[in-house]
Design a protein around this ligand. Structure first.
Ligand code: CUA
Length: 451
């Protein structure tokens, strides 16, 4: 009897210890925790959470303590008759009305205070970002700078950001757990949210999510936030404002002919041999061809002194594993190995195919579509398909070939010749605009050149 009591007590100690360890380890091992805020908004919400947890714990211990005491103190005993029966007690009823009312005041005051703080408009001079939720990707516009991008945001630390949240279709929800949120993105309504990333977190990557169920690929509607220094941000903005890096047609002033497009060979990118044949789980270990393109570009750091050098991109090799996609490639999706893409040819194919119906590329007058992500600087992004795959040639090739196999029910149509479109339930034909692997490799070379 005694032995089993001791065992039970040991087990309960172990359980409490495990809970404490789990709570503490949230800080280090869980990059998507909300319990380690890195912005003013995050701290406001965290303060409220801590306060309510503390008050709730005190109430719980008091109530349970009194309950347990009464259960034992007044439990039925041998040879005891029915206790005196009473009905109604004014004192008691006043007490159990007043006490919860007082408790509610302690909960309501900090809650309402936090609501007012977090719902207020951001101070003038804040960085405005227009967020539009789409099925299933995020569009980000910096109206002051004329920059439009998708699925990743650059934020200078120490500057308040004012998010205007809108939806192009259904209800989504915008959340960057460690920086702040979450707030719904609602059809026919503009919601606002603001926060100031802490200055101490310079040069970091944060995961963002859609956290309102919005259809088949809700879980594949992610984004990345890069917090950077002011100089790096200015450099990034300067780069993103420029037209496409490859083969852009200058907005020619009246008169003079357009400058010739740069020569193609330098940017030809091999797009063959995607790691589709490796077993699931191992696929991401394979360095996809073309990955080096990103590394080379990332060496363009912010100008160390003086003038801002355009085109900072967060270094690929410094992106931590938690922000690198590990989605498996569909096993039945293959790409011809050993093809070499030609960016100039790719631009032509892109500009005369279905791509331009949905995508814009500043500097390519043929590409003016607005239903899909703006691709002007797509080569500078770390992921494709709203964070589902790394932005590398091998993944991009498979994505163009059959996006609907890569991401369930995505609006981007299947484009690979003879590929089966799982939404249309039909094969893509040449008459229907199907692209050969060589044409796709060319488009990949073009897109990856758009830093
Ligand atoms: Cu968008 Cu869930």
């Amino acid at each position: 009897m005694k032995g089993s009591d001791r065992l039970r007590r040991l087990a309960s100690y172990a359980f409490v210890a495990a809970l404490v360890v789990a709570a503490v380890s949230c800080n280090e091992a869980h990059p998507n925790t909300t319990l380690v805020p890195h912005s003013d908004l995050g701290r406001e919400i965290d303060f409220l959470w801590d306060r309510l947890l503390l008050l709730g714990t005190i109430v719980f211990i008091l109530v349970e303590g009194i309950l347990v005491y009464i259960v034992f103190r007044y439990r039925r005993r041998e040879n005891q008759g029915t206790p005196p029966q009473t009905h109604g007690s004014t004192k008691l009823e006043i007490a159990w009305t007043l006490i919860p009312a007082v408790i509610l005041v302690f909960i309501a005051v900090p809650t309402v205070r936090t609501i007012f703080i977090t719902q207020a408009q951001a101070a003038p001079g804040s960085l405005n970002i227009e967020v539009t939720g789409h099925q299933w990707w995020w569009e980000f516009k910096y109206p002051e700078y004329g920059v439009t991008t998708a699925n990743e945001i650059y934020l200078p630390v120490g500057r308040t950001v004012n998010f205007r949240l809108r939806s192009a279709d259904v209800i989504h929800s915008f959340w960057t757990p460690q920086l702040g949120g979450k707030r719904d993105v609602v059809t026919n309504r503009t919601n606002y949210m603001w926060y100031t990333p802490d200055s101490s977190i310079s040069s970091n990557v944060w995961n963002g999510f859609c956290v309102e169920y919005c259809g088949a690929s809700h879980a594949n509607m992610r984004f990345r936030v890069f917090t950077v220094s002011k100089q790096q941000f200015d450099s990034w903005v300067a780069g993103q404002k420029l037209p496409a890096k490859f083969g852009a047609v200058a907005a020619a002033p009246s008169g003079g002919p357009n400058p010739p497009s740069p020569a193609a060979p330098g940017v030809a990118t091999p797009a063959g041999a995607p790691p589709a044949t490796t077993p699931p789980g191992a696929s991401t270990a394979t360095t996809p061809p073309g990955a080096s393109v990103g590394a080379a570009q990332s060496s363009v750091a912010a100008a160390s002194t003086g003038a801002v050098q355009a085109g900072y991109i967060f270094p690929r090799e410094k992106i931590p594993d938690y922000a690198v996609p590990h989605s498996p490639i569909p096993p039945d999706l293959k790409f011809t190995a050993g093809l070499t893409g030609n960016a100039a040819r790719g631009k032509q194919v892109f500009s005369s195919s279905a791509c331009i119906g949905c995508h814009s590329i500043a500097g390519n007058p043929a590409a003016m579509g607005v239903t899909g992500p703006n691709l002007t600087h797509v080569g500078s992004r770390s992921t494709i398909a709203a964070g589902r795959f790394p932005n590398a040639a091998a993944y991009l090739a498979l994505w163009i070939k059959n996006a609907r196999k890569m991401k369930p029910e995505v609006i981007m149509p299947t484009l690979g010749l003879d590929e089966y479109d799982p939404v249309l339930k039909a094969k893509v034909t040449a008459a229907g605009g199907g692209l050969t692997d060589q044409q796709i490799a060319d488009i990949v070379a073009y897109l990856t050149a758009l830093k």
